[in-house]
Design a protein. Structure first.
Length: 368
């Protein structure tokens, strides 16, 4: 009789939910593995048993977290109880570091094997977390080649498994022929969207005055109520609110994009769409983060290529008129657009060209 292996997989962010669903689907034909998880819309479409719905557990900022602390505490306790009841053969933690490190400690002290996928950016800020990683994580699955060298310095087990966006290869397909929209990607967290949508509204107003024939789209997260978007963009026939399960379908509609910093910037770059990046935090959170972060850039494109490829408009620099001017430059300057294409190709090759990696599925197979 085949022994059934049990895996608990925890994702708190929309990108993590996507990566978790990819993993679960890879094992969907296996009758000897049962998945349990914390996730949202995409994990719900898999055969995993949902322990916690993480749809409203994603925020950025120290003080923003306090607002949802009771929900986080309840989710944490539910996961801990589930670990004791299910007794998994493997715990897979995806990003969502503060929450997941607490789960890692709880599981490790009870003899459960822990795999952390999508490394906390300790190379960018708060390096003191290394000690906890070393104590509570059995294996760190990293998605950028340089991360293995970093962890090796601290004697932490780290395996490069390739970036999941490259692995699933969805970005290589063409989904839409209508590539005439100026696209806006405000983020997937509610507090991000509330800060970013007023900026986007003013950017659109600025461009629409000068170019009344331009069309605009707002990418809507599956986890966010459409009313929040409609409050700002209703009854405007030149603005379209778009929700696709596959984000590449939305990106394919764009000739240029403005994106909140995050995984989406890498997805846009892989689709070869010129863009600029913006982000706004609460002033107190920004003040604290500014002194903790060691990297020069916030967008993954710039971080991976170690140079400024896309312009970043952060906090007080995220002014609608400046962003609108950058979008206009991208649309009107052919040579400028060619520079994006050249650098995006280098980025893609950099993520593709490491033959030493194994996949995350292979690693999970080894660990169970």
């Amino acid at each position: 009789m085949t022994e059934i292996k049990k895996i608990i997989i925890i994702a708190g962010e929309e990108s993590g939910d996507m990566y978790a669903s990819n993993i679960i689907n890879k094992f969907s034909k296996r009758k000897d593995i049962l998945f349990y998880g914390m996730g949202s819309s995409k994990m719900k479409d898999t055969n995993a048993k949902i322990i916690v719905d993480s749809s409203d557990l994603s925020v950025v900022g120290f003080f923003e977290i306090l607002k949802i602390y009771p929900k986080l505490k309840k989710a944490l306790n539910t996961i801990k109880k589930s670990i004791l009841t299910i007794k998994p053969d493997l715990l897979v933690l995806i990003d969502y570091q503060e929450f997941n490190m607490k789960i890692a400690k709880f599981a490790k002290l009870r003899g459960i094997k822990v795999l952390f996928y999508i490394s906390p950016q300790v190379w960018a800020w708060r390096e003191n977390r290394i000690k906890k990683i070393k104590n509570y994580i059995d294996e760190m699955a990293v998605i950028f080649p340089f991360e293995t060298k970093y962890y090796k310095k601290f004697d932490v087990n780290a395996v490069y498994v390739g970036h999941p966006l490259i692995e699933n290869d969805l970005y290589n397909k063409n989904y839409n022929k209508d590539e005439n929209y100026i696209g806006f990607f405000p983020g997937s967290r509610l507090n991000e969207i509330r800060k970013h949508i007023p900026i986007i509204k003013k950017v659109i107003e600025n461009i629409h005055k000068k170019y009344p024939n331009e069309k605009f789209l707002i990418s809507k997260s599956e986890n966010i109520n459409k009313k929040i978007y409609k409050k700002y963009f209703n009854n405007k026939d030149y603005i379209k609110i778009v929700e696709n399960k596959n984000i590449y379908e939305t990106i394919d509609m764009c000739k240029v994009a403005l994106a909140a910093s995050g995984t989406i910037t890498l997805q846009i770059a892989l689709k070869k769409v010129p863009m600029c990046v913006f982000y706004r935090l609460s002033n107190i959170t920004y003040f604290l983060v500014k002194f903790l972060v060691k990297t020069k850039f916030i967008s993954l494109v710039n971080i991976i290529l170690e140079k400024k490829v896309v312009n970043e408009f952060i906090q007080n620099n995220a002014k609608p008129e400046i962003i609108a001017a950058e979008i206009e430059k991208i649309i009107n300057n052919n040579n400028y657009r060619k520079e994006f294409q050249k650098n995006y190709k280098i980025l893609e090759e950099k993520l593709l060209n490491d033959s030493s990696k194994i996949t995350i599925s292979d690693l999970i197979n080894q660990l169970i």
